[in-house]
Design a binder for this molecule. Structure first.
Ligand SMILES: [Zn+2]
Length: 269
């Protein structure tokens, strides 16, 4: 038996009520909550299982969310033979050791550009004024939209990776360090990488898959996946390189993800 609940970012205020005497219930477009009875709601996901509690949150843009924690039984997926190494990309969201490069969805780029624009507008307004407050809500809504779009993308991607692979190897990245980055787009993509790993972790537990994180000091970008030769340095701008020892030509990210897989399988064995 596992507990699951939906996480929300940019929360403002929250409270949680436990389930007693059917005080929490979901109907087609309504939700029954303690003290409130039935309220209209947009239901994002239906579920099966025993309700444990409901958490109501108000976001900084003034929207309300309810997340329901349910206890449900999850059947492990059938075993598969696939293994995958995943590298966090610079130009892509992720690169898989099978050579697949996973793009960030285009709609996210659009929303991020818009966010940057609206944020500039916000900083030009007088703090505390009416206009500033209106703009603040606009920015908060955009943050929420981006967060939801990211989450949706991450859920779909993690589902696919879990169903195709038995063993999943990643680098253990220090997210605390990553989040110090002051570039907005970058910091948001760091957050989604962190979230992606968190979701992969729990889905792997649900479905009987193995996740392994290799040491983040392992030189996955500088090592030739063919002969094991390690370069002295690998500047970020280099996208493709030729190994001086075995003459293999490497795509930087695919080579790294293959090394991640190789190293991870070694560590597990
Ligand atoms: Zn080589």
């Amino acid at each position: 038996m596992y507990k699951s609940s939906i996480e929300l970012r940019y929360l403002y205020k929250t409270y949680t009520s436990n389930f007693v005497n059917n005080n929490i219930e979901i109907k087609k477009d309504k939700i029954k909550l303690p003290k409130l009875k039935y309220v209209n709601a947009k239901i994002h996901r239906y579920f099966e299982g025993r309700v444990i509690n409901a958490t109501v949150s108000k976001t900084s843009s003034g929207k309300y969310f309810v997340s329901i924690c349910v206890e449900t039984k999850i059947e492990p997926l059938k075993k598969v033979s696939g293994n995958v190494g995943i590298d966090l990309g610079l130009c892509h969201f992720a690169i898989l050791s099978n050579g697949e490069k996973i793009q960030n969805p285009k709609y996210l780029k659009k929303s991020l550009d818009k966010l940057a624009k609206e944020q500039r507008k916000l900083s030009s307004k007088e703090k505390g004024s009416n206009n500033w407050n209106k703009q603040r809500i606009k920015v908060a809504r955009l943050h929420e939209r981006i967060s939801n779009q990211r989450l949706d993308f991450i859920h779909k991607l993690s589902k696919r990776i879990i169903s195709d692979n038995q063993v999943i190897i990643l680098e253990d990245l220090s997210v605390k360090n990553m989040m110090k980055n002051d570039k907005l787009a970058q910091s948001i993509s760091d957050v989604s990488w962190y979230k992606f790993v968190t979701i992969l972790d729990y889905k792997a537990k649900w479905h009987g898959r193995k996740i392994h994180k290799i040491n983040r000091w392992y030189p996955s970008s500088k090592t030739c996946n063919n002969c094991g030769h390690v370069l002295d340095e690998m500047p970020l701008y280099i996208r493709e390189w030729k190994c001086p020892k075995c003459d293999s030509i490497h795509d930087r990210d695919i080579n790294a993800s293959r090394n991640i897989l190789k190293q991870g399988l070694l560590e597990i064995a």
